[in-house]
Design a protein around this ligand. Structure first.
Ligand code: HOZ
Length: 419
């Protein structure tokens, strides 16, 4: 596969952009080789600057559940271009988007739109602290909630991929406000509440982890989180940036039947444009300025283009609930073809092949995966035109545009892997 042009672009980019990329994982540092500079996407496929074509299992890291250039989303964006791209003032469509979110996710009694998942989690934490008057946050090892200072403690995604245990640049005093516990361990959370109960403002969790690879909750785990938070007066925050409108229309909270106090959304709710949201209990959200004294703001928040794209996406998904069984089925077919010596984790259309044989339920069991074998598999697939996340510790995503032909091609590529 010729990658000369991508290589030349990487060299040019690297002179001005750290690592030549605007987000670390896409630099291919853990798998080696040339990161592909993309030019065009259509449906489940995209093509790079050298004209190579790929079946895309990243889908912009989750948002493109209906594929690239999905017509209703494209049409919605085109219509907004006629009226203006940003006003810095409220617009009617923002209410419509929030009404759609509220209808799909009943715990979202009040919602604030922001621009990225990082902003959403950062703001949700601030509100939780403002509401409870407490300081500490519990997060779980290997979970990633964006690059919020206090949440980069034992974080997944690029931190796990690049082996950065704790980032430089976060003052110790801020890192100390976070207690990082093993995912899926109820006893660890019980012990933390026993020791610090009165100081814990919030427990934030990826209800299905995507950022150490796909790791589902064990049965009863979320029920225990919910009960402990209620007992100790801490707020339970479901970070549904990845799982929202992905693992089911109502997100992981619908799938597992849990009502968090606050939730964060992103990715799918923007239809591929930058938008995110946080929200939840009205009594908590009424702490947010201008009603309350927890400050949070944003010039481009509720941006008309992103709102229109997200609205088109959510309305399509609401009208076509069969999408979820379709993409879950396609992912199951792909997972059934996994090579020997691989542990497959899948929830709906999110999945990861962990190169190792034991169950993967937390960061301790995820991190022992054979990353050398993953790297060989990744390049085997890439050479055959299948674009997977370039990290053992990221989830792959199947979308509604992955038709039979794409799934069959993917399965054939997996089956030819000899490593
Ligand atoms: N943090 C995202 C993955 N979980 C995005 C990575 C990227 O865009 O490179």
């Amino acid at each position: 596969m010729n990658t000369d042009r991508s290589q030349a672009l990487l060299e040019r980019a690297s002179k001005l952009i750290p690592g030549g990329v605007n987000s670390p994982v896409r630099a291919f540092r853990s798998v080696g080789g040339t990161p592909r500079f993309m030019e065009r996407g259509q449906g489940c496929r995209m093509s790079d600057a050298d004209g190579n074509s790929y079946i895309d299992y990243i889908g912009s890291w989750g948002p493109l559940i209906l594929g690239h250039r999905f017509p209703p989303v494209m049409e919605a964006i085109a219509a907004v271009l006629e009226s203006g791209t940003s006003f810095g003032a409220p617009t009617e469509r923002e209410i419509e988007l929030v009404e759609e979110i509220r209808a799909a996710v009943p715990s979202m009694e009040m919602v604030r739109l922001v621009n990225s998942g990082t902003e959403a989690t950062m703001s949700a934490l601030r509100v939780a602290r403002g509401f409870t008057g407490r300081t500490l946050t519990v997060k779980f090892e290997g979970c990633y909630h964006g690059h919020v200072d206090s949440l980069l403690v034992k974080a997944g995604s690029g931190m796990a991929t690049l082996g950065i245990a704790d980032t430089a640049g976060v003052p110790e005093a801020i890192a100390k406000t976070t207690l990082a516990l093993p995912y899926n361990s109820v006893s660890a959370l019980e012990a933390a509440f026993e020791a610090h109960g009165g100081d814990i403002a919030a427990v934030i969790v990826e209800p299905v982890v995507g950022n150490m690879g796909c790791v589902p909750p064990l049965p009863g785990y979320h029920e225990a989180l919910r009960a402990l938070c209620t007992r100790y007066g801490a707020l339970l925050i479901f970070d549904e940036v990845m799982t929202g409108f992905r693992v089911s229309f109502g997100g992981a909270q619908e799938l597992y039947g849990i009502k968090p106090d606050l939730s964060t959304f992103g990715k799918v709710i923007g239809g591929g444009l930058p938008i995110a949201a946080y929200g939840g209990r009205a009594d908590v959200m009424n702490k947010v300025a201008p009603v309350g004294n927890v400050y949070q703001a944003g010039t481009l928040s509720g941006n008309p283009l992103a709102v229109a794209a997200g609205l088109a996406m959510l309305r399509y998904l609401k009208a076509h609930p069969a999408v979820y069984s379709q993409i879950g089925h396609a992912a199951a077919r792909i997972c059934a073809a996994a090579p020997q010596g691989v542990t497959v984790n899948r929830v709906g259309s999110m999945f990861t092949f962990f190169f190792g044989t034991g169950p993967v339920t937390d960061w301790e069991s995820a991190k022992i995966a054979d990353t050398g074998r993953f790297k060989a598999f990744f390049h085997h697939m890439l050479d055959r035109g299948v674009y997977l996340p370039p990290s053992q510790f990221e989830a792959a995503f199947v979308g509604a545009a992955h038709d039979d032909a794409a799934v069959e091609e993917t399965i054939a590529a997996i089956k030819s892997f000899q490593g």
